[in-house]
Ligand binder design. Sequence first.
Ligand code: PGA
Length: 240
Amino acid sequence: MKLISCENYDDLSKKASDLIVEIIKNKKDAVLGLATGSTPIGVYQNLVRENEKGNIDFSNVRTVNLDEYIGIEKENTQSYHYFMNFNLFDRINIDKNNTHIPSADSKDINYCKEYDKLLDEIGMRDIQILGIGPNGHLAFNEPASSLNMRTSIIDLTEETINANSRFFETKDEVPKHAISMGISDIFNSKVLIVIASGKNKKRALRKFLDTDKIDPQFPVSFIRLHPNCYLFVDKEALES
Ligand code: PGA
């Protein structure tokens, strides 16, 4: 794992997006694993800018996303479908048929099987962007997840619901369940780009850096097992 220490959020977004730009430039039909949440927004803004300048072309790029809430319509501004369209897909020259986000109307396991089938068809991604949760979750793989997990329906922990309540008017509005790509598929990528910014990530980052123990109760620790993982962190997240 390569730890890249960044000055601030803008610097982190620039350094992480530079790596992605390089990959898309070298491979026109790159497959990108994308994440939602507040951290990747700066990366997406940079990708939009590079696309506008004509430096990168998304016309043959395919994407797969990590997760989505259950119980929220795709058109709802809180959905991850809306997030991806708003922050990236509507602003770049990507064919929306080449973009994939998991989706489930209920806790029916068949939604997971469908997404696994798609992931199998797509195969190894060139890059996977990942944020980390304050409790160390990866995508919505909460503590006690295992390495061989595939797409699952997740009961969100209280800590994740609390963390995500900042995006909603009230905590009661935060969905309690989500569909999430599993750790084994998250790892099926040539490169992992993990990004952590700001004081909310301090505790998780400290815990991660203090030991090299792999702990299913702390899913972010699994990233140490990936052969080509970049962890971008800014000073605010690192300072103790
Ligand atoms: P954030 O979420 O980027 O909004 O902090 C990351 C995560 O919970 O995985």
